[in-house]
Design a protein around this ligand. Structure first.
Ligand SMILES: Cc1ncc(COP(=O)(O)O)c(C=O)c1O
Length: 329
């Protein structure tokens, strides 16, 4: 299978906002867009997106996982970027029609169809630095995927970056391209110079998240993760895992904690990344100021894998779904 995000299906859905109204979402062949060079998004980054997965269960049926949460988050991101906010019904129509149109292209488990709703400002205006785009396009593309990290489930190596921020204190909760662009320098350097898989952003010495996933520590029967305060993305996987963990008897601590607190916990802890793409990815070591700190025994944590299995079993129809998170489409 191609690397995550580099294979595409044959169709997409598209809706337009113009003259203060949205069109319906229409399915069309996947093809390049033609954008005028003055398009708002190309200058002022008026763009937000979502990432969710559709699964082909063993009986052949197609299911989505908590997609209404993605719709809510996209609408919140749109509002933060002063973009026209599509109704929840329109985003749903765009998502469902895009998936149904490529049903035959959805891979079998353990693969999935990664679904990428995207909203961009399309007004032709290079004098609109100070206001939102009055025109917009919502489109949904889809991509058959396997594992996000090369090498499958393995202990990841993270660099602790206590200088750079991946976003601002309030904009981290917005799923917008600018936040990813802001993290690239740090991630690229960490990969090149230290062979790290990802960067754990800890501005001012306070632990936040990585460039594309939330971060959690398991210590005994406690799960510690940063509280939602606007500076990090409110991950749907994060929320799901905390719900599952609580039910399984873990004590959940959504708190602000420092790099010093983290390093102190590491020797007898597990740590992992959580996200739609990352699912639950174990963290084996963290590099801080040139020193490698092992997480637990540096391997794949047993509790981490239990949580991963519990989550994926619900997503793929192999376990009961007590919170009604999956929807057949
Ligand atoms: C910065 C960031 N944090 C966290 C997440 C995890 O969010 P979710 O679990 O909703 O996929 C993502 C992935 O989309 C992300 O890009």
């Amino acid at each position: 299978m191609a690397e995550f995000g580099q294979a595409f299906t044959t169709k997409m859905s598209v809706a337009y906002y113009k003259d203060q109204q949205w069109s319906d979402a229409k399915v069309q062949p996947l093809a390049p867009f033609s954008l005028h060079p003055a398009t708002h998004v190309l200058h002022y980054s008026s763009t937000c997106f979502e990432g969710l997965k559709a699964y082909r269960w063993q009986d052949g049926s197609i299911h989505l996982f908590r997609y209404q949460e993605n719709i809510k988050r996209l609408r919140n991101s749109a509002a933060s970027l002063c973009l026209p906010v599509p109704s929840a019904a329109l985003v749903e129509q765009a998502i469902l029609s895009a998936i149904r149109a490529v049903e035959k292209e959805i891979p079998a488990l353990p693969g999935a169809l990664y679904v990428r709703p995207t909203l961009i400002g399309t007004e032709l205006n290079i004098g609109a630095a100070g206001r939102g785009s009055h025109e917009a396009m919502l489109y949904v593309i889809t991509s058959p995927v396997g594992d996000y990290f090369e090498g499958g489930v393995r202990p990841l190596k993270l660099l602790i970056d206590d200088e750079n921020m991946r976003s601002t204190p309030k904009f981290g909760q917005v799923k917008t391209g600018g936040n990813y662009a802001a993290s690239l320098g740090s991630v690229t350097q960490a990969r090149k110079e230290l062979g790290a898989d990802q960067v754990l952003f800890c501005p001012g010495g306070q632990v936040q998240e990585t460039g594309a996933a939330n971060f959690m520590v398991i210590k005994g029967q406690k799960i510690i993760t940063k509280s939602l305060d606007g500076s990090i993305l409110p991950g749907i996987t994060r929320d799901s895992l905390l719900t599952i963990a609580k039910e399984s008897g873990y004590q959940i601590e959504e708190v602000n904690y420092s790099v010093a607190d983290l390093l102190q916990m590491l020797p007898d802890s597990e740590a992992f990344l959580s996200g739609t793409a990352a699912v639950v990815s174990p963290v084996g070591s963290l590099i801080h100021n040139g020193t490698i700190h092992q997480v637990g025994d540096g391997g794949v944590g047993a509790k981490t894998m239990q949580l991963r299995t519990a989550l994926t079993a619900i997503q793929t129809g192999q376990a009961k779904d007590p919170w009604v998170w999956t929807t057949g489409i």
